[in-house]
Design a protein around this ligand. Structure first.
Ligand code: ADP
Ligand code: MG
Length: 330
């Protein structure tokens, strides 16, 4: 699927100050009221809670199985803006897919290692990481670790060394294609999904992720400056598709941190949908305290509070992603 129109956007009509509806409830109140299964600390194990939540969500949806792709889907999660929900999206979609039986690998390409943290993976400086894969050509198989989050979930961790990789890559041979080569050399057939979490820049790490992926998922935060920088990202995608990776496809846009109480969020969502049409998932990810709390427990929100609005939304979004492939493939 291609973006539905050109890459020049205007934010006219969204310049209005965010107005807050008068009968607003606090986010926490909304979250806890909508919590359908017990929150953490009630004695159940993480996995048991996650499994219960998955069953509950599936029962609500009335479908028990999500289609598994015939071949591994490598999905790059990128947006050079920081704080738009790239890591949160990578981790929670990965967990949701794993909860429905898919085998999932998260490749953490951000030197901050937030995805590794959220998946409960130790990533202190001595841990073999994506730095070693990209710079020293170490096989991915040697650094992939099982996440304690869920049985089918794995992570290729990032450490702070990766910050140096951005500079060290400049003088390396095939500097833009090193992740692609590592993924090609790795037997990833055991995985249904590989999700690549990018740093907040359009440097060589993100470029490697664009060259390494088949699909691009762009999280867009429902805020005033949401579309700023997007034309630059899509310009980079055009360069990548014409020179380095013709298969890259902007398959998915996900609206994140949606605050239903503000007109601004609705306007941004509408603007994004009018530009990108079907590429935008129907599911909106709401702003939710539980989503932001989960990483500090080394968890995704899917296991931290599986019944929360944030977890249910990520589960819906993951289901859309799984089913869309099935529609395209059939
Ligand atoms: P990025 O990876 O694009 O920099 P993050 O996923 O780290 O963005 O998100 C930025 C911050 O916003 C983090 O503190 C995260 O916990 C928080 N956050 C992300 N999504 C949500 C959400 N739906 N509701 C509340 N907070 C969120
Ligand atoms: Mg991040």
């Amino acid at each position: 699927m291609e973006p539905s129109s050109g890459h020049a956007f205007s934010m006219q009509g969204t310049a209005e100050t965010a107005s807050v509806a008068p009968r607003m409830e606090t986010e926490q109140a909304v979250d806890s009221r909508e919590t359908l299964v017990p929150p953490p600390g009630t004695g159940e194990s993480t996995v048991a809670r996650a499994a219960a939540a998955a069953r509950q969500v599936m029962a609500q949806r009335g479908d028990n199985e999500w289609p598994r792709p015939a071949k591994t889907r490598v999905i790059t999660v990128a947006n050079q803006k920081g704080g738009v929900g790239k890591t949160t999206t990578s981790v929670n979609l990965a967990a949701a897919l794993a909860m429905h039986g898919a085998q999932v690998l998260v490749v953490d390409l951000d030197p901050q290692g937030n995805a590794s943290t959220a998946l409960g993976i130790d990533h202190h400086a001595d841990v073999p990481s994506m730095y070693h894969v990209l710079i020293e050509e170490r096989p991915l198989a040697e650094i992939v670790m099982a996440s304690p989050e869920l049985p089918n979930l794995y992570c290729a961790p990032a450490t702070l060394h990766l910050a140096g990789a951005e500079i060290e890559l400049v003088s390396k041979v095939a500097r833009e294609s090193r992740l692609r080569r590592a993924l090609d050399d790795y037997d990833k057939s055991r995985f249904d999904y590989v999700l690549i979490d990018c740093p907040p820049s359009l440097g060589l790490l993100t470029l490697n992720a664009l060259v390494g992926g088949d699909e691009l998922l762009i999280p867009i935060q429902c805020e005033y400056y949401a579309l700023e920088g997007l034309s630059q990202l899509l310009g980079t995608v055009d360069l990548v598709t014409s020179h380095l990776n013709p298969t890259l496809n902007v398959s998915t846009i996900l609206l994140t941190m949606y605050d239903a109480r503000t007109r601004l969020a609705a306007q941004v969502a509408e603007e994004v949908r009018s530009h990108f049409g079907e590429t935008v998932l129907k599911t909106l990810i709401p702003r939710s305290v539980r989503v932001s709390e989960a990483p500090s427990y080394g968890q995704s929100v899917m296991t931290y509070d599986p019944g929360s609005t944030g977890a249910l939304a990520y589960s819906e979004a993951a289901s859309e992603i799984a089913h869309r492939w099935a529609e395209v493939a059939s």
